[in-house]
Structure formats: C-alpha cells, structure tokens
Design a protein around this ligand. Structure first.
Ligand code: F6P
Length: 324
C-alpha cells in the first residue's frame, strides 16, 4: 500500500477536522502518500482530489465543519455512480480509503465493495445523533450535547425570570440521544424522545405538579423526531393543559452541528483517525472503527446499522425522581 485517501460524507459534525488531521499525520508518519477526496461521494464520482501534507492539516484540530467539504450523494446510491467512483479511484492510484461518515455512508460503501472488492475501506463513525451500532459514541455527539445543554441553560434564565414554560427542540431525526443527554444535564422537567412512546401521557401531570409546587419555570426538551411531532405540535398540547401560561418555543437546529469540538470529541477523533490508518497497514478492511466499554473495536460494514437509545426501567425511575 502506497497511497490512501480520506473523505467526509453526510452531515458535518464538530471533530471532523481533528479526525482528518489524525488520518493525514498517521499516514505520513508511516511513509504513505495521502489525498483528500473533496465534497464526499459527489467529489469521489467527479474525481475531486487534493494532495495532503503534514502542513495541510496544521491549525485545524479546533475547527468545526470539514476542510474537505461534505455531501449526501444520491448518485453513489446507483450502480452508474459507483462505477464512476471506481474509475476515479483507479485513475488516481488510490490503494485504500478512510471514510468518515454515518450509517448511510457505510451502507453505500457496503454496496460498492460487493461490486469492487479490490479497494479496502475503513469507516469512522460520526453523527451528532450518536445512533450508529458498533460504537458507544460517535464523533460530534459530545460537542452537540454541550451546545444543546448550554442553550437550555440560557433559556432557563429567561424562563425563570419571567415564570414561563419553554419547549426546546433539539436535533435527532430518529434518535433521542441529544434530547436525553441535554435534558438530563440541564435539569429539564420533561424529555420527549422517539424511543419511548408513552412519554407524552405523563406531560400534563409533570407540568401541573411542577407549577403547583411553585416552580418558576418549566422546560420541556423535545427531540425533532419524537412521535408526537416536534416542539410546535407539543406546544399545542401544552397550551391546552396550561391555557393561561406563556409557552415559548426554541428550535436549536443546525447550531448543534457547528462550533469548535469539545476535548472529548478531539480526543475521540484523533484515536479513531490514528486507528483507521494502522488498521489498513495491518491488512484490515471493510470495517468500522468504534469504541465499546472504552476499548477500541471493529465492526464489519454489513453489521453497521442504526442503534436506538435504550431507556430501561431504572433510567425511567431516575428521570421520574429527578424531574419531580
Ligand atoms: O443526522 C444528523 C442530523 O443533524 C439530524 O439530527 C438532522 O435531522 C439532520 O442531520 C439534518 O440534516 P440536514 O443538515 O441535511 O438538514
């Protein structure tokens, strides 16, 4: 193996640049040439490559976004798109690829390696939703969680001063990880997530109980993918339960995807980036790097799927105790 490539695919997260830096530095340290594939799979199909050197990744560990740009590619889902990608890889003499992506990107690459078996891939999991099986934590989750928590703390100041109710909608299309973590960390009165179907039934009781015991503010954290709809729909229900109260809505949106990565994300990204190149040098292929019970591990792409937050009875008991 002489030349490898690194790319980012899917939604951006804080920590991508730290991960690219680790991949590039580890490759160069081991006498490998390295190129960046720009604009995700769209760039791969177009042959959009950039040579990378140790200096190319200086002073980026602290930056959000991705220096390589990213995309969600429909074309790579087609056989024609994958053939174009393969032709560009061969033309550029790339021997292996480190793919920093999510479960959708890994599914795409799994289709690719069934058709073109001679290009080894190593995957690195990143998503603020933290919902990828094969790892306890993905790059970006810790920073997004802290961003959401800090925003809720700020909203609490206004809610408390003006004795208001606020619904804060956090990201998580199918996943309650951010809502659960940020809600717990900010002392929210209620947390609504897609994984628990019955949480809305309790909402009226929680709100009335809180107000009756003279709480000055009530915060409900709602995952955007909650089965009852997001913050706007939930606010309609809350207004029915508490018709005389001010009910504010705050959608945090893409603020959660940006910003300087936390120390935990920089460290995770560095460990994953380093491990991915070492894995290639050891002859490993078509697996995703992960971390489980604080140990690095590998999962074949065909086993990588969405992982849902598990809320068991003892977690529910804890939430009931802490919000009462
Ligand atoms: O998967 C990460 C995520 O941020 C989700 O939480 C969110 O629903 C989605 O991406 C938004 O995607 P886009 O930036 O393409 O609108």
């Amino acid at each position: 193996m002489q030349k490898i490539a690194v790319m980012t695919s899917g939604g951006d997260v804080p920590g991508l640049n730290a991960c690219i830096r680790a991949v590039v530095r580890t490759a160069i340290f081991n006498q490998l040439k390295i190129v960046g594939i720009q604009h995700g799979f769209e760039g791969l199909i177009a042959g959009d490559f950039v040579p990378l050197h140790a200096q190319s990744v200086s002073n980026i560990i602290q930056l959000g976004g991705t220096m390589l740009k990213s995309s969600r590619s429909e074309l790579f889902r087609t056989k024609e798109g994958r053939l174009l990608a393969y032709e560009k890889i061969k033309k550029e003499n790339i021997d292996a690829i480190v793919l920093i992506g999510g479960d959708g990107s890994f599914a795409g690459v799994n289709a690719f390696i069934q058709e073109y078996a001679d290009i080894p891939f190593i995957g690195i999991p990143k998503t603020i939703d933290n919902d990828i099986a094969g790892t306890d934590v993905c790059i970006g989750y810790d920073t997004a969680l802290n961003t959401a928590m800090e925003a809720i703390d700020k909203i609490r100041d206004t809610a408390e001063s003006h004795e208001r109710i606020f619904l804060v909608e956090v990201m998580g299309r199918d996943s309650g990880y951010i809502a659960y973590g940020a809600g717990l960390a900010s002392g929210a009165e209620s947390i609504l997530i897609p994984e628990t179907k019955a949480d809305i039934e309790n909402l009226e009781n929680i709100l009335k109980k809180g107000w009756n015991r003279k709480k000055a503010s009530l915060i409900i954290v709602v995952a955007e993918g909650d089965e009852n709809g997001g913050a706007y729909k939930t606010a309609e229900m809350v207004k029915k339960y508490m018709p005389t109260h001010y009910v504010g809505i705050c959608i945090l949106g893409h603020i959660q995807r940006g910003g300087s990565p936390s120390a935990a994300d920089r460290i995770l990204a560095s460990r994953f980036g380093y491990t991915s190149v070492i894995a290639l040098l050891e002859g490993k292929k078509n697996i995703m790097v992960g971390i489980q019970k604080n140990e690095l591990c590998f999962t074949p792409f065909e086993e990588v799927k969405k992982q849902h937050l598990q809320i068991n009875q003892s977690t529910l008991n804890m939430l009931n105790a802490l919000t009462s």
